[in-house]
Design a protein around this ligand. Structure first.
Ligand code: IMP
Ligand code: MG
Length: 184
């Protein structure tokens, strides 16, 4: 029987490494947002960040809220164009609140750059970004997350929320997808 793990070339981050990364990021955030008087909103970017976000926010030890957005960047083929389309927007205003955008991965950097500036125009007190994975070698625009989990090489990864053609999100670890899967 064909199994998902047969499509994984190697494991980049196992469950232990992911949990340690969530511990470290949450500790930094807990330390950086001591002012409980201002609302802290986690804006979770669907769908890839969902597994990460649930592990991250259960480690946040101060009051916070969560909201969801869905954005897609579109262009020719696999390259992003820099235009982002908001297909699910926030249902509330974020004026004067602290926002932390939760992303699964920064690749070209275009999606997160546009999203940060969009949310900043809505009057948030602050907008910061927290990404589980970062592929700095692929960057096309200057974009550095405020909280970065694991820096990875230029490989296409899946699992723990990240997909290829909507599959593999349910893998509990992050692995490099065998190129034979997408070159078939
Ligand atoms: P960016 O605008 O190029 O930074 O696009 C980032 C988005 O591309 C992420 O939110 C992912 O949806 C997708 N992406 C980039 N690299 C990978 C990968 O290795 N695996 C799965 N999705 C990826
Ligand atoms: Mg994504």
């Amino acid at each position: 029987m064909h199994q998902m793990k047969d499509d994984i070339k190697y494991v980049l981050a196992d469950e232990k490494k992911i949990q340690e990364t969530c511990d470290r990021l949450a500790q930094q955030i807990n330390k950086d947002y001591p002012d409980h008087n201002r609302e802290l909103v986690f804006v979770i970017v669907l769908k890839g960040s969902v597994l990460f976000a649930t592990d991250l926010i259960r480690r946040i030890d101060r009051p916070c809220t969560m909201e969801f957005m869905k954005v897609s960047s579109y262009g020719a083929g696999v390259e992003t164009s820099g235009f982002i389309q908001v297909s699910l927007d926030l249902k509330r205003d974020i004026k004067d609140v602290d926002v932390i955008i939760v992303e699964d991965i920064i690749d070209s950097g275009r999606t997160l750059q546009k999203l940060c500036s969009l949310l900043a125009t809505r009057g948030a007190h602050s907008v910061k970004c927290c990404t589980l994975l970062d592929k700095p070698s692929r960057r096309q625009v200057e974009m550095v997350a405020d909280y970065t989990g694991i820096t990875i090489p230029d490989e296409f990864v899946v699992g723990y929320g990240l997909d290829f053609a909507e599959y593999y999100r349910n893998l509990p670890y992050i692995g490099v997808l065998d190129p034979s899967v997408y070159s078939e």
